[in-house]
Design a protein around this ligand. Structure first.
Ligand SMILES: Cc1cc2nc3c(=O)[nH]c(=O)nc-3n(C[C@H](O)[C@H](O)[C@H](O)COP(=O)(O)OP(=O)(O)OC[C@H]3O[C@@H](n4cnc5c(N)ncnc54)[C@H](O)[C@@H]3O)c2cc1C
Length: 407
């Protein structure tokens, strides 16, 4: 048990970052009765968790680095319109990350990473449904499956390696022809003539409202929400930590670092490093009267996720390197809009808004979740990349299980 501080209470567990990951960790810790302070420089949910595509995808056991992806990378790097783009000026900075990414595409690494992803995702949908019910918003998790669209069966066959990986991990899916995909989504344009349906998948229909509801429930249960930008984490002499902020110093018995793509600065403050890069992604959100889709639909040729949201029809995707400071290139968002209209002609002419966010990405696709051996009381919960929504509830449960007995 940690020593008491100023107000006589034991210092709380500090969770740094109120994105979906930090919110789930803080919520799970509080539900176990721990004193918890959730610290963010901003309002909760304004980072990557604000505008993701809402896909809860336990079947995403395919690492980002696959041998077939590597073949297309050089061409993509040269083309600003490609789904993956590294601006030439950023290439040298991104090179160490890209080198690790290439190394992660070795067949033995792909098998091992895929197995780890399957463990990470296990039970994700049930965990999100439980959490959404707990916070009084069960309607936020729509369990209607995901539909992957291909221009034809040959394009789907070219993706066989990724479907084989899913099959090996017991992920259920059905191949569809054009009639089959129209039976699920009648609004799909003639561009797409083949599909795959994953029935056991879900969609969060408002990722931002989900984070804010989780945090509201955390506060209603006695959790403390603190607004401060942290600049350093400092270990105490014997035990405990101090989170140094711009406004105050926050004592903590344990610290969970869940600052998404911004986690490196605080990690460096304790002399550690991680190969964390932001993969900048974009979305457009169409104002629609009637939703043209009833579930998450993936345009595989365009690498775009389309989802029915409470706030409209969202099309999200693209991977752009370039760091945390560079201004958004909303031309990339406009291309997402073009691809969405191409797939769903009913969207033509609908007004849309644009957004950019920072995915916290590790080159081996695997988030860093767990204790830091050389720093007792420091826990990592960042690097969830393209799957931070999917894995957030599981990350919260796992860390709460590990941390609770130590406080
Ligand atoms: C376009 C796009 C589509 C996506 N689609 C999906 C999807 O369909 N499914 C899925 O599972 N995932 C998806 N993702 C990924 C997912 O959004 C992220 O993995 C997830 O949001 C990361 O959550 P996080 O809590 O780690 O980070 P964030 O949400 O970025 O939160 C980090 C928080 O830390 C705070 N912070 C940072 N530095 C400090 C500091 N020094 N002091 C205090 N606070 C600090 C920030 O203010 C922020 O609130 C998508 C991402 C993008 C960009």
């Amino acid at each position: 048990m940690s020593a008491a501080h100023g107000d006589g209470r034991a210092p709380p567990v500090a969770v740094v970052g109120a994105g979906i990951v930090g919110a789930c960790v803080a919520h799970a810790l509080r539900r176990r009765g721990l004193e918890v302070a959730l610290i963010d420089r901003d309002e909760p949910g304004r980072g990557a968790s604000f505008g993701n595509s809402g896909a809860i995808s336990p079947g995403s056991v395919v690492p980002l680095a696959m041998p077939n992806v590597l073949g297309s990378v050089p061409g993509m790097l040269m083309d600003p319109a490609a789904p993956l783009y590294v601006p030439p000026a950023y290439l040298i900075k991104a090179f160490p990350w890209l080198a690790r990414f290439v190394a992660a595409a070795r067949p033995d690494r792909v098998r091992a990473i895929s197995a780890s992803l399957a463990v990470l995702h296990a039970g994700a949908i049930e965990n999100h449904m439980r959490l959404a019910a707990e916070i009084g918003a069960p309607e936020l998790v729509l369990r209607a499956g995901h539909l992957y669209l291909y221009v034809d069966a040959a394009a789907r066959d070219a993706d066989a390696a990724s479907w084989d990986l899913r099959r090996q991990h017991g992920i259920a899916f059905t191949e569809l022809d054009r009639d089959g995909l129209l039976a699920l989504e009648p609004g799909v344009s003639p561009r797409y003539r083949a599909g795959v349906f994953l029935p056991d998948h879900a969609t969060c229909t408002n990722p931002y409202r989900y984070v804010t509801r989780i945090v509201e429930d955390f506060v209603a249960q006695g959790g403390r929400l603190v607004r401060d930008r942290l600049t350093a984490l400092v270990p105490g002499e014997g035990q405990g930590w101090t989170c140094v902020g711009e406004h105050a110093r926050h004592p903590a018995s344990q610290v969970v670092l869940a600052a998404g793509a911004w986690s490196l600065e605080l990690l460096r403050s304790v002399g550690l490093h991680a190969p964390l890069e932001t993969q900048r992604g974009y979305h457009v959100s169409f104002e629609v009267g009637r939703q043209p889709v009833s579930r998450t639909v993936v345009l595989t040729d365009r690498k775009v996720f389309v989802a029915p949201m409470e706030t409209g029809l969202r099309a999200g995707g693209t991977v752009e390197f370039g760091g945390l400071e560079r201004a958004p290139d909303y031309g990339r968002a406009d291309r997402l809009a073009t691809f969405a209209v191409e797939a769903f002609p009913a969207l033509a002419g609908a007004p849309f808004s644009r957004w950019m966010g920072h995915r916290p990405c590790m080159p081996d696709t695997l988030p860093r979740v767990g204790p830091v051996g050389e720093h007792p009381g420091l826990w990592l919960a960042f690097g969830h990349g393209h799957l931070g929504l999917t894995d957030s509830a599981n990350t919260g449960s796992v860390l709460a299980e590990l941390i609770a007995p130590r406080v």
